[in-house]
Design a protein around this ligand. Structure first.
Ligand SMILES: C[S@@+](CC[C@H](N)C(=O)[O-])C[C@H]1O[C@@H](n2cnc3c(N)ncnc32)[C@H](O)[C@@H]1O
Length: 340
């Protein structure tokens, strides 16, 4: 199998974590370039094997990439490159109609006809697929950014959960966070801010566990908890408020707290400082020694949470480096703590 260049996209800020994940995951992936929210890698993986990576919002099979150059330069190169790579690229796609999009520095772009048709016709002639007016099943994007140059890529994988349910953490991000928690098959996991279950679903689908204890204060989320329990064995669920009832787990019984408390519009959340203090107290209470917590918190309050954890008032912790990320353009941080 010929090597292909692919480009994975993810929430900006996860560059370091994605790199570690890919390095640990496989020798059949060579990282070529890392940039804000995306990574270019080479591999001989099949589509099925690429799907197992699970950490990307989208994965593009790169047709051609120019580090220095413009849309025009790319349009001149595309036919030549496709002549050499045609069979490899065709093995990743079925005969489909394609849509063609152009982006410059993150914004959608209307390109002039000469470049548009030069690229569209080269793709059609070389790969034997057809351009659609708007209902193609295959998205091909030509993306130009000042830091990475310009590339044309076929979107071969996308995280279908993105934008599906407002407030739900997307699968790819949740899967990476679950991996970061160093999952073990005998994990007893607690998620007291279950919401629509995006994070818990990815942990449960992605890695084996022993028991999941989930809760949320909102009655709206109950059906999601019921559905989660139906799909899995050994799930306990509760409708419960952390402020009044704490976490619904016995002391020193949990090996992982994996949770996503409210953080988006934190200025509007009543008593957010107290909520975060309660979380640290409860994480300390329920975790066994050596147990780990991975929390998504508001970026503006992440120092407050780390300070409280390191104050000694709420147990002793190893605090891992904070990871600052953007989720749907909003600033959040991922905190990882180990009870010592
Ligand atoms: C950011 S959302 C969690 C989203 C979830 N990770 C998902 O993927 O769907 C935060 C959740 O915390 C719940 N919540 C807010 N305050 C709470 C509290 N005091 N006790 C328990 N749950 C609370 C909200 O109802 C909401 O469902």
């Amino acid at each position: 199998m010929q090597k292909v260049l692919f480009c994975g996209t993810f929430a900006p800020g996860l560059e370091g974590l994605i790199e570690k994940y890919l390095e640990k995951r496989s020798k059949n992936i060579k990282i070529i370039q890392k940039a804000h929210g995306l990574i270019f890698c080479e591999s001989t993986y099949s589509l099925h094997e690429l799907r197992q990576l699970k950490v990307f919002n989208a994965l593009y099979l790169v047709i051609v990439k120019l580090q220095d150059g413009d849309f025009f330069d790319l349009s001149k190169r595309i036919q030549r490159v496709l002549a050499n790579k045609k069979d490899t690229i065709r093995s990743y796609i079925k005969n489909k109609k394609f849509n063609l999009f152009f982006f410059e520095n993150g914004k959608s772009l209307k390109i002039n006809d000469e470049i548009y048709f030069s690229i569209a016709d080269s793709i059609r002639d070389s790969l034997g697929i057809h351009k659609s007016s708007n209902d193609g099943q295959l998205d091909i994007s030509v993306i130009k950014r000042s830091d990475i140059g310009v590339f044309a890529g076929i979107k071969i994988i996308k995280d279908e959960t993105i934008g599906k349910t407002r407030g739900m953490l997307p699968f790819a991000l949740s899967y990476l966070i679950s991996w970061y928690s160093e999952p073990k098959p005998d994990d007893v996991i607690c998620d007291p801010f279950f919401g629509y279950g995006g994070l818990a679903e990815a942990r449960a689908k992605g890695f084996p566990f022993k028991k999941y204890i989930i809760s949320d204060k909102s009655i709206e989320t109950k059906q999601f908890m019921v559905d989660f329990k139906k799909k899995l064995s050994n799930v306990e669920f509760y409708t419960s408020d952390v402020m009044t009832d704490g976490f619904k787990a016995e002391s020193n019984t949990v090996s992982r707290v994996l949770t996503d408390p409210p953080w988006g519009d934190f200025e509007n959340i009543d008593q957010i400082d107290n909520l975060y203090i309660n979380i640290i107290k409860e994480v300390n209470r329920v975790l066994k020694y050596g147990g780990k917590a991975v929390l998504i918190v508001s970026r503006d309050l992440s120092n407050f949470v780390s300070m409280k954890a390191s104050s000694g008032e709420y147990g002793k912790w190893k605090i891992f480096d904070r990871i600052d990320i953007l989720i749907s353009g909003k600033k959040a941080s991922i905190l990882k703590l180990e009870k010592i």
